[in-house]
Design a protein around this ligand. Structure first.
Ligand code: ATP
Length: 730
């Protein structure tokens, strides 16, 4: 087991000042040529403001103090919690804090500005605090958006601690299903999706006097839409002589040219310097198996570094994280080095479990965090000394034409590489081990493709229309493919959410749909459920469908896991099977143990319970009657069809094809699709003539995921107009 690295220490000096650089992706390192970032994207001939840092008072203190007993015996170390003084001292060392007066001047002067500063320099935690200390927000509130909920929560907590105040008072956060703010809140961290939801109620976002759009490089659909919303809100507020809106766009690695053009050539402020260096290592040779390479690297480092050096490993998804976690635990039994605590971190993990990553491990124990790109930007996980970057990311792309999604593991962008490396070097000097070569890194695109160019747009368009915008004229940085927009508008029209595809307005049902933070097809299902007397079942089912896979099929116990799954299987298909699982989980007294015995994922089922609670609260607000249809599962499937009627597939050659063509279907859009081998219906004979699928996924073939058998006439009963069109087209 050996992975060879070449050391490319990009830090010639720790507190570097680049007086000549106009390049946005400052990332880590001061040598633009050697880190592969060319200046071809530099903004030429613009008024670039540079804030120069002084090295004088830069003092490398770690704000988690480790008291040792005089020698290097880590096991006997005592971790001391940060006091208010410690926190203030740590603040003073941050590059942003050191140039606060200059920065505040710029903020006062400009209505809109772009701020570029290295990872960990203090943009997210300090800028809003500094603004508030000067009361620049006036009577309004400062909103700071984050692409991910875990970042919004942990940063708000950090800022509240630095300001020595309770979370939810002056500093608060608002994320999907959780609002920890009060009328006193002046600094509010929130996900971009939440601000977008607020824009439905007030498109001018009048309660905010300053909006900080952080991690702009991520280009999530919600952030892209928000750029347009705040730009329009700023103009309209000025035109109507309402309270002015200040906009600050921030990142360490953004494409400045594009943003600057979009925001009327606003000033760009470059902030230089970071507190701690990060040394970058690249693999000397190409690694064919990045999971294997990651495990090798973990144990190489484990044997040679002190226990208080925690590791952060970037992987692509939950299954991969669980496999690597299993391998680490097995190898750790015989490996030399301190005890290990492995913590997963991915979007589908229940909120409380995600936050466990921020808990201190017992002294003398090494924490190894296995994360998806949820931990790539914004977050600070104290004690992370080594980042292990597999260099890959799982990316969904969607075809508006067939409605199929393609899920592929791809090489990440250079910006992602710098962001990942930037998770080290935040509370102490760090290192990033890239499991790919330097040449490979240099050949990668600078930035990833914006999400808006590759994902379904129905949810976003619904919110946009709910906020009173006209999709065809709405100012977006990048225009999504016309067939994506058309397919999404058609879907909204068919769901009854909008009155027309041209100049659309929300219908009554569309307005209700927009209050649910889930896909429109699912909110339509919930709104239809009282009619079928099954809202109780649908809440459970939609909650499970909004979570990650609840089945746990370990490679080494595959046969047994499949055998155990049989007891939940329904001949009607996967949806009722999932309902059986969820009902049994809710009844089980010792849930963790029960999940283990039944090869079910305890975390994902717990997350589904959380989601169900929140959806139920919204249903109560909308006065929907929650009742159960008992065992009348036809009702459940008909109700599901109310939202998913565009997801039907017919057996090729008709039902007469029998068992010979099992698994070969054609969707309403004309795409050939097969039943996924994991489906409860995969072995059904004769194969059901019509299926309802939840997702269509293209890998080597196009598969239907989470599927149920339906009666052909149901489609006519539930969506007669659509059924007629389908029949005419088939
Ligand atoms: N939860 C935390 N625990 C300990 N230190 C923290 C925490 N959050 C922030 N810090 C400290 O504050 C510094 C600044 O963090 P901040 O998130 O403001 O940086 P940033 O410039 O926004 O970084 P990025 O571009 O990566 O988002 C960190 O480098 C770290 O030293």
């Amino acid at each position: 087991m050996c992975v060879l690295f070449t050391s490319l220490n990009l830090y010639c000096e720790v507190h570097h000042i680049r007086m000549d650089s106009k390049y946005a992706s400052v990332g880590v390192g001061n040598n633009l040529k050697s880190n592969g970032l060319k200046r071809k994207h530099a903004v030429e001939n613009i008024k670039v403001k540079k804030i120069k840092l002084s090295n004088d008072n830069v003092n490398k203190t770690n704000n988690v103090k480790v008291e040792t007993n005089g020698h290097d015996n880590i096991k006997e170390s005592k971790v001391v919690k940060e006091t208010v003084q410690d926190l203030q001292e740590a603040r003073r060392q941050l590059p942003v804090y050191m140039v606060r007066n200059r920065l505040l001047e710029e903020i006062k002067k400009n209505d809109t500005m772009i701020l570029i500063g290295e990872t960990g320099s203090g943009k997210t935690t300090q800028i809003p605090q500094l603004i508030h200390e000067q009361r620049l927000e006036g009577a309004g509130t400062i909103a700071v958006t984050q692409p991910r909920r875990v970042a919004a929560i942990t940063i708000a907590m950090r800022v509240a601690a630095e300001m020595n105040t309770d979370i939810g008072s002056i500093v608060g956060y608002s994320v999907r299903f959780e609002d920890v703010t009060s009328p006193r809140t002046k600094v509010k961290y929130l996900t971009d999706g939440m601000l977008l939801r607020e824009a439905i109620l007030d498109p001018l976002l009048k309660k905010y006097s300053i909006i900080v759009l952080d991690e702009a490089h991520e280009r999530t659909v919600s952030t892209d839409v928000l750029f347009g919303i705040v730009k329009l809100a700023q103009k309209e507020r000025a035109d109507k002589k309402l309270n002015p809106l200040k906009i600050i766009i921030m990142s360490a690695t953004m494409d400045v040219d594009t943003f600057r053009k979009y925001f009327h050539n606003c000033p760009v402020i470059y902030l230089e310097g970071r507190t701690f260096p990060v040394t970058i290592y690249h693999s000397k040779m190409k690694q064919d198996d990045y999971q294997y390479a990651a495990v090798c690297t973990i144990f190489q480092l484990h044997a040679t570094t002190p226990a208080n050096h925690d590791f952060l490993v970037f992987l692509t998804g939950q299954e991969e994280i669980e496999t690597v976690m299993y391998n680490i635990k097995q190898i750790a039994k015989e490996a030399t080095g301190p005890p290990i605590r492995v913590c997963p971190l991915y979007a589908g993990l229940p909120a409380a479990k995600q936050l466990q990553v921020w808990r201190e491990a017992p002294p003398g124990t090494r924490k190894i965090i296995l994360a998806t790109n949820i931990a790539e930007a914004s977050v600070t996980i104290p004690r992370i000394k080594c980042v292990i970057d597999t260099g890959v990311v799982k990316e969904r792309t969607w075809s508006g034409g067939t409605g199929a999604e393609r899920l592929a593991v791809r090489a990440g962008s250079q910006a992602a590489g710098w962001q990942r490396a930037g998770r080290a070097g935040r509370t102490q000097p760090g290192a990033a081990y890239r499991l790919f070569t330097a040449d490979d890194f240099r050949s990668r695109p600078l930035h990833q493709t914006p999400e808006i160019l590759r994902c379904p747009l129905a949810s976003t368009l619904l919110l946009l229309i709910a906020a009173g915008a006209e999709p065809s004229t709405f100012p977006l940085i990048d225009t999504p493919p016309p067939d994506s927009v058309k397919a999404s508008l058609t879907l909204l029209k068919e769901l009854g959410a909008i009155d027309s595809e041209v100049n659309p307005k929300l219908t009554v049902i569309g307005k209700k749909m927009s209050t649910f933070p889930i896909e429109p097809k699912y909110s339509k299902v919930l709104l239809s459920a009282p009619e079928y007397n099954c809202l109780d079942e649908m809440l459970s089912l939609i909650a499970v469908l909004s979570s990650e896979n609840v089945f746990h099929t370990p490679m080494h116990k595959r046969e047994e896991a499949i055998k155990v799954k049989q007891k939940f299987l329904s001949p009607l298909g996967d949806h009722i099977t999932l309902l059986n699982v969820f009902k049994a989980f809710c009844k089980a007294p010792l849930k963790k143990q029960w999940c283990k015995e039944n090869y079910l994922n305890h975390k994902n089922l717990t997350y589904a319970c959380e989601v169900r609670q929140q959806l139920l609260a919204i249903c109560h607000k909308l006065n929907l009657t929650v009742s159960s249809c008992g065992q009348a599962y036809d009702q459940v499937l008909k109700c599901l069809l109310c939202g998913l009627f565009t997801n039907c597939a017919w057996q090729r050659g008709g039902a007469a094809g029998g068992a010979g063509v099992a698994g070969r279907y054609v969707t309403a859009a004309g795409a050939a699709a097969a039943l996924h081998p994991a489906s409860a219906l995969h072995a059904a004979r004769p194969a059901p003539p019509v299926l309802l699928y939840t997702e269509l996924l293209s890998t080597s073939r196009t598969y239907m995921l989470t599927v149920s058998a339906i009666q052909p006439q149901w489609l006519h009963q539930v969506a007669p107009e659509y059924a007629r069109r389908c029949r005419a087209n088939r």
